[in-house]
Structures are given as C-alpha cells and as structure tokens.
Design a protein around this ligand. Structure first.
Ligand code: ADP
Ligand code: MG
Length: 212
C-alpha cells in the first residue's frame, strides 16, 4: 500500500448510469489500475446475483420468475443489506470499494415503473452512504451508437429514458459527479481514475455515513 494511505479507511465509490454507459468495464478497469498502483481496491456490483436473494433477483431479471414491483424492489434492497457488513469491514480495513450500481439504481428503476419515490427510498435508509457517486451520462444519440440492448427486463430505450429522469431527482451535488461517457474507453478511464484517487485521498479520515 502506498505509505500516505496506511491506517486510513478505504473510499466507497459508486458508478451509476444507464445500461451501456460502460459502468461494469470501467469499474473493473479502475480496480485493476488501483491495484497496480498498490492501492487496495475491490470490485462489487449490485445486484449481486451470488447471494441467496441474488438468485431470486436473477430469476426475475431473466424472466424466469415473477414478483410484484414492490416485492422485487425490496429484494434488490435486501441484496444490499446482505453485503453491508462485509462492505463496512473492507472499508475500515483500508480497502476502497468500486461499486457497479447501488441504491440509486434501485430507486430510479422502481420509481420509473411508477412506484412512489419516497416509498422506494425508505428501505435503503441506513445503508452505507458512498463517498462519491459518479453518474455516467450518454445522449440518446450516443447511446444508440453503442448497439443493441440485451434481452433482460429493463433493457429498453424508452424505459432507460425514464430512469435518467429519476437519477436527476436523486442527484445530490454534495457527493455526486456527472461525467459524459461519450469518449474513448481509455479517456473515460483516465477521467474516472483522477476522481477516484481524489476520493480515496479525501475520505480516509472521515466517518462512514449512512444513506438518507
Ligand atoms: N467508451 C466507450 N466507447 C464505446 N463503447 C463502449 C465504451 N465503454 C463501453 N463500451 C461498450 O459498451 C458496452 C457496455 O459496456 P458495459 O461496461 O457493460 O456497460 P454497463 O455496465 O454500463 O451496461 C460494451 O459492449 C462495451 O464494450
Ligand atoms: Mg453493467
């Protein structure tokens, strides 16, 4: 570990944004870059399909199983509560978490389906609050250029547009940064890496806060 980070907690950083903005590939690349720089970091993603309730979520997303909108919302939330202890332990032991989607996706997706936004936020209250949320944006034209959406639920352009509107309601400038993802992969990585390094330097001696 680089010496100036020793004894400090890790930073909790979330990448949010619509499908195909590059969240998954950038999160993984950022973790690789941090590790190469001798900074402890871990990739995590939500939903985590590997937990018990992650299996139910996977069944829903692949259209094998069905739940009410309220029911699946609570499963996505529970999926985050399942990981909270592990996340807190990692942060306290100095590992930064680069997290692919979090509560903001959960609330944006469910409220885009018509559920009340405050109802959606309520069960997320008390989860760990990220130190930094990076919202990756793409214009509809740039999004169209990224090619076809997949077959899972939600991977429909009209629905993605509603999700963007919900993100703009949730956005809190005190800890959110919006970054245009319409650039080469490497240029975007460089921009994100600078933000991530700043966050790691700045959050090491701050308390871990709770959401909402
Ligand atoms: N900067 C970029 N420019 C062009 N295509 C990209 C860029 N970043 C990612 N992609 C492509 O977009 C697709 C989605 O990337 P992914 O990381 O899975 O996004 P997300 O997790 O946000 O859905 C992949 O096919 C990836 O190769
Ligand atoms: Mg992804």
């Amino acid at each position: 570990m680089s010496s100036e980070l020793r004894g400090r907690r890790g930073s909790f950083i979330v990448l949010e944004g619509c499908d195909r903005t590059g969240k998954t590939s950038q999160c993984k690349t950022l973790v690789d870059k941090l590790m190469q720089a001798d900074i402890q970091a871990r990739y995590m993603n939500f939903p985590d399909r590997g937990t018990q309730c992650g299996q139910l979520i996977n069944g829903y997303l692949t259209r094998k199983d069905d739940f009410t909108d309220e029911g699946i919302h609570l499963l996505f939330t529970l999926n985050r509560w399942e990981k909270t202890r592990e996340m807190e332990q990692l942060l306290r032991s100095g590992v930064s978490l680069i997290v692919d989607r979090y509560s903001f996706s959960g609330v944006a997706f469910s409220s885009a389906k018509g559920l009340d936004l405050d109802w959606c936020k309520a069960p997320e209250s008390g989860l760990l609050k990220p130190d930094l949320v990076i919202l990756l944006t793409l214009s509809p034209e740039a999004m169209a250029k990224r090619g076809g959406f997949g077959d899972e639920r939600y991977e429909v352009p009209a629905f993605q547009k509603k999700v963007i509107e919900k993100y703009s309601i949730l956005k809190d400038d005190r800890y959110w940064k919006e970054i245009d993802a319409d650039k080469t992969f490497d240029n975007l990585t460089e921009e994100l890496y600078n933000e991530v390094l700043n966050s790691i330097k700045n959050s090491g001696d701050k308390a871990i806060e709770k959401l909402w």
